[in-house]
Ligand binder design. Structure first.
Ligand code: NAD
Length: 468
């Protein structure tokens, strides 16, 4: 390990405590708590997404081969609508909420008063390199916080563009970008932030949470996992196939809530396969490598990782790879054993295994034998099946008869449970994540009942029992 001392010394040179001190000073000035400041910043986010759309599209294309339309729907317009939603509702979200005061507290008033936390650190992942940091930032701004964002180094064009644009559009006294990888993130994590929002893998999530524990910093962890997709025989299979293919092969499968694998019976699998192949052909043509709508794998390491999973079953269609282009074709595998390599980890790539489950009970048993997923999907018309699935399967999010579309509903909180994460954001829930809900009680002076004060006589005790 000849370099470990040098690495350690290099790491020690990275010190962001000055940046944090500046942001703490800005927070203490009270600037970020004014609704006008928050409104200006959120308007600026909307303007940035609009005015620099071409640059953002270009960066996303360089990092992931994202088409302008996919970049628009899942990144720029998503961030912009989210900023507008926060801007329009934050004044209502910020209001005090009155609660009733019991007789022992009379005369008095009680309420819950949201207050900003301070300086928030947002660490993003590479698969939605703009959206994952900026949607978190929108919520943190709406709640009145200062923010440091640390985009993923694995999407370098997007990270560099954010580092260029944020200081131009947003208040540099309160909002900063720190670029970098493990060393920079490690240095940031040593500092006492008021909240950390981390998006990425569970293994790094554990590192983030352990570092945060040293400062008693609360964390929101947006992680991943294997999101199952159960297809029952009575589903409208043509639409089911289109929706699953869209969810699995958008962003080349590099989506935390992509349907990871299908669970279905043999007869339904036989009917579904040609429909999946048709849906892929309609979306990306006969040769998806030539399609402008089809993304690339983020880097060589992930290309090799996903490629290794291709022989986990029988190839139904796809399977072509091109390392020089980081291209993996939309692929469906059948005869996939539950113990095969592809079923041991989140796939995070365009390979869709079909695992046999002869009935709902089989499917439920399979899902419950693994970790709690970030999303769970079920395709069926049967209401009893739908209710049973929702009642028995614990998952961060769920969708019946579609995939991923809950992301389009601003007021649905987004977050995992168990191994897929903790905490949530989006809409009001994002505002609450980055707020402290302070309990306040305000007392009147008179009457000041003597009953609570010592000496604790029998008479006082009897009276207290009566009014409790
Ligand atoms: P990644 O490699 O970009 O890492 C995420 C962040 O962690 C980066 O900013 C990176 O710099 C930082 N990081 C990496 N190693 C670190 C270390 N040792 N110490 C401190 N910081 C470190 O992304 P990834 O982890 O490959 O992300 C993929 C995972 O993220 C998948 O599991 C996916 O499901 C999940 N994900 C979840 C969501 C969600 O919203 N729940 C969204 C996107 C991705």
């Amino acid at each position: 390990m000849p370099n470990s001392t040098a690495d350690h010394q290099a790491q020690e040179l990275i010190d962001f405590s000055g940046v944090l001190a500046e942001l703490n000073a800005s927070f203490d000035s009270g600037k970020t708590r004014s609704l006008a400041w928050r409104r200006d910043q959120l308007f600026a986010v909307e303007r940035m997404m609009k005015e620099r759309e071409a640059d953002l599209f270009h960066a996303l294309h360089r990092d992931l081969g994202k088409s302008p339309m996919e970049a628009f729907t899942t990144e720029t317009s998503y961030v912009s609508s989210d900023a507008a939603h926060c801007r329009k509702h934050m004044s209502r979200w910020s209001r005090r909420k009155r609660v009733s005061t019991p007789i022992v507290g009379q005369p008095g008033k009680s309420w819950i008063q949201p207050e900003a936390l301070g300086v928030v650190l947002i660490i993003g992942a590479w698969n939605y390199p703009i959206q994952l940091v900026l949607a978190g930032m929108n919520a943190a701004i709406a709640a009145g916080n200062c923010v440091i964002i640390k985009p993923s180094e694995l999407a370098p064009a997007s990270s560099a563009l954010l580092a260029e644009l944020i200081p131009k559009y947003l208040d540099p006294d309160c909002i900063r970008v720190v670029e970098g990888g493990v060393a920079e993130t490690t240095a940031l994590l040593e500092l006492p932030f008021d909240h950390i929002l981390y998006t990425g893998s569970a293994s790094v999530g554990r590192i983030v949470m352990a570092a945060a524990a040293k400062n008693l910093t609360p964390v929101t962890l947006e992680l991943g996992g294997k999101s199952p997709c159960v297809v029952m025989p009575d589903a409208n299979l043509e639409t089911t196939a289109k929706r699953i293919a869209w969810g699995k092969f958008s962003n080349a499968g590099q989506i935390c809530i992509a349907p990871d694998y299908i669970l279905t019976d043999a007869a339904t699998e036989a009917r579904l396969l040609p429909l999946l192949a048709k849906a892929v052909r309609e979306m990306f043509g006969d040769d998806p490598q030539q399609s402008d709508s089809y993304c690339r794998i983020i880097n060589q390491r992930h290309f090799e990782r996903v490629s290794r999973l291709l022989d986990s079953g029988t190839l139904a269609f796809g399977g072509q790879t091109d390392a020089s282009d980081r291209y993996i074709a939309p692929t469906v595998l059948t005869n996939v054993a539950p113990g095969s390599a592809i079923m041991q980890e989140e796939i995070f790539g365009p390979v869709l295994p079909i695992v046999r489950a002869e009935n709902l009970e089989d499917a439920i048993a399979h899902i419950r034998s693994g970790e709690k997923p970030l999303a769970a999907y079920l395709f069926t018309n049967d209401k009893t099946t739908q209710e049973k699935f929702l009642a028995i399967i614990s998952s961060g999010n769920a969708c019946i008869n579609d995939v991923m579309m809950f992301m389009a509903v601003s007021e649905l909180p987004f977050g995992g449970v168990g191994e897929s994460g903790m905490g949530a954001y989006s809409g009001r829930r994002g505002f609450e994540t980055f707020s402290h809900m302070k309990s306040v009680m305000k007392r009147g002076w008179w009457p000041d009942l003597n009953v609570r004060y010592a000496p604790y006589t029998d008479k006082k005790f009897r009276f207290l029992r009566k009014i409790r």
